[in-house]
Design a protein around this ligand. Structure first.
Ligand code: AGP
Length: 606
């Protein structure tokens, strides 16, 4: 996900673009750039790093210009660096383009353009667009753009300027968002409303298959056949700060609700004709002859590796270890020669996890990492990186990155178990089929938000909580407890339910809400006995389960029923109600949900 912006009007365009990009930084922040139409053509400035770095690079360059486009990047093709940053230009610098989305057929087009003599500077998919414009421009910019977009497959929101037409910006929308801001003697294009709001509240929402020609005092919208369309101008009365969260009160809530789309987009990206293809699966050769896999991570990412431990052991029949990075790196671990490490980190900057990787590499162990942030230190220092493509996760409490980690760990497990002939083709087929039902099942659970908020209202004043589960539900118990503790400051603990008699049951009385993740699997009868033990000591029973719930009605104080799915996919569903429960309890306790006290989004120090 990237952020794009375009401006034409009476203001100094560079400051409009920089401020607008800052409002879009949540969409991507590994590099940024602007292109401005000045009297001597297109002025281009772009840099790896944050928008503040770009602003610094612009400092002192007086740009008396009124037309321009800008971009803040979330790398999909090509590492984050100055060259790969947008905007991109053609050979003669007559066209500049910014893009949000993925052009799926760019390699073939790039090869053809190179054959025609075009010189490419970057590794990006986007760069083919200005060169295609150079090929197709015959005097009219709109006709050239209409021709070019017909050649593109994939998703693209574009903003385009040309030296030949200093009086206009062209916007294109297909599969990625784009809105128009209608001002007084000025007009804008942007990926999202926040970038527009300080100039105007009059908005035209573009739909897929539309192309806009934006001039200083005129906006026209066409379909991809060039037929003009009448578009409604609507007035946006959101508070500016709300907008960055697309109308959600907090980034955490927005990111909880983004999970169906993140799962959907990743499935569409990596399941092609029933086959799993993660970056062409070339990295699988690193697993040949390996008998031991060492997972290491911190916090929520560590919980994801516990999930991996269960399923990798079960389906790969290899020796699997999962360790806290902070323990692993100081433990002088005994590492078998034919081991491989898998490090998991949303930020790709967690110091302990990074040191765990360095330890493995000192022992000549190959390292594969799962990260969300491209170009992060862990990304750069690993032998291979699998990107979980969850989009920027701003809330300190990890939500959409966690379920994306579970997804990729599951798919990696399926890939390896299939390659090692440990599972049948039918098992893979059935699992993939069930995976595609998850986004709607998550939406169903998100639809219960008000019901879950009602439970939060009943228990937010308690200062303790216990989360219990068995097997994969134990992993969810740990993660659910972490969510609650880190944003509501309640002393919440996750425990293996089978451990109750070994200590925790001493805690239980009427002051203890106990969240039981008790989906109907082979361990359900055991869970019921544990729930009865808690009940017998007046503990409050909150059950996360799936239908039928009849048997639980007599013993549970609260039941959150979620859709059934296959056993190994349950953790992607069971965590959703617990994320919402933690969010609403923290809200009721007046906590800063997105920036909880004492915490940071990425722990880059020990
Ligand atoms: C999770 O909600 C926390 N924010 C924290 O435990 C986090 O998972 C941990 O710091 C690891 O971060 P990473 O995934 O970026 O390495």
């Amino acid at each position: 996900m990237c952020g794009i912006i375009g401006y034409i009007g009476k203001k100094n365009v560079d400051s409009v673009l920089i401020v607008g990009l800052e409002k879009l930084e949540y969409r991507g922040y590994d590099s940024a750039g602007i292109a401005i139409l000045s009297d001597n053509g297109i002025y281009l400035k772009k840099k790896k790093g944050r928008i503040s770095d770009l602003a610094q690079a612009l400092n002192g360059t007086p740009l008396k210009a009124r037309v321009g486009i800008g971009h803040t990047r979330w790398a999909t093709h090509g590492k984050p660096n100055d060259i790969n940053a947008h905007p991109h230009i053609d050979c003669k610098k007559n066209f500049a383009v910014v893009h949000n989305g993925v052009i799926e057929n760019f390699e073939r087009i790039r090869k053809n353009l190179i054959k025609k003599g075009h010189r490419f500077l970057s590794e990006t998919d986007t760069e083919i667009i200005p060169h295609l414009l150079e090929e197709n421009y015959k005097g009219d910019l709109l006709s050239a753009v209409l021709k070019v977009i017909k050649e593109l497959k994939g998703s693209f929101a574009l903003a385009i300027i040309s030296k030949y037409h200093p009086d206009k910006i062209i916007g294109v929308r297909k599969g990625s968002p784009l809105v128009i801001g209608v001002g007084e003697k000025e007009n804008l294009l942007a990926s999202d409303i926040p970038a527009i709001l300080s100039h105007t509240r009059k908005i035209i929402s573009m739909h897929d298959g539309e192309i806009a020609v934006i001039e200083k005092e005129k906006v026209k919208v066409y379909n991809f056949s060039g037929k003009e369309k009448r578009k409604k101008v609507r007035y946006v009365d959101w508070e500016e700060d709300m907008i960055e969260k697309s109308g959600y009160a907090h980034f955490m809530l927005k990111e909880i609700h983004e999970q169906p789309r993140v799962i959907e987009e990743n499935l569409e990206r990596i399941i092609l004709n029933g086959k799993i293809s993660i970056q062409n699966n070339e990295f699988l050769k690193l697993f040949e002859d390996k008998t031991h896999i060492i997972f290491q991570a911190a916090g929520t990412s560590f919980h994801a590796t516990l999930y991996a431990k269960y399923i990798f052991e079960k389906y790969l029949k290899l020796f699997i270890e999962s360790d806290l990075s902070s323990e692993f790196r100081y433990r002088e671990p005994l590492i078998a020669r034919n081991s491989i490490m898998i490090a998991v980190s949303q930020s790709g900057e967690t110091a302990d996890t990074l040191e765990g990787i360095r330890l493995a590499k000192r022992k000549k162990i190959p390292v594969i990492s799962l990260v969300n942030v491209k170009g992060s230190t862990i990304d750069r220092e690993s032998n291979h990186t699998i990107y979980i493509n969850a989009g920027p996760e701003i809330g300190v409490a990890s939500t959409k990155a966690y379920t994306a980690q579970l997804l990729y760990l599951l798919l990696l497990c399926m890939l390896l178990s299939h390659k090692k002939r440990k599972v049948t083709k039918k098992f893979i087929k059935d699992t993939l089929k069930e995976l595609f039902t998850l986004p709607d099942k998550i939406r169903y659970i998100l639809g219960k938000e008000e019901e879950i908020a009602g439970i939060a209202r009943k228990y937010y004043t308690f200062n303790n909580a216990l989360f219990l589960g068995r097997g994969l539900n134990y992993v969810t118990a740990l993660e659910g407890a972490l969510k609650l503790k880190e944003i509501s400051y309640i002393h919440a603990t996750g425990y293996a339910a089978g451990e109750m008699k070994h200590g925790p049951i001493a805690l239980i009385d009427e002051n203890w809400p106990v969240v039981n993740i008790c989906t109907k699997n082979y361990l359900y009868p055991k869970m019921i006995s544990n729930i009865m033990e808690v009940k017998a000591r007046d503990g409050i029973i909150i059950a996360v389960t799936n239908p039928p719930v009849a048997g639980l009605k007599e013993i549970a104080d609260e039941i959150i029923s979620i859709p059934k799915t296959s056993l190994i996919l349950e953790p992607i569903l069971t965590i959703i109600p617990l994320q919402l429960l933690a969010y609403h309890i923290a809200l009721l306790r007046g906590c800063d949900v997105d920036k909880p006290r004492n915490l940071a989004k990425s722990v880059t120090v020990e």
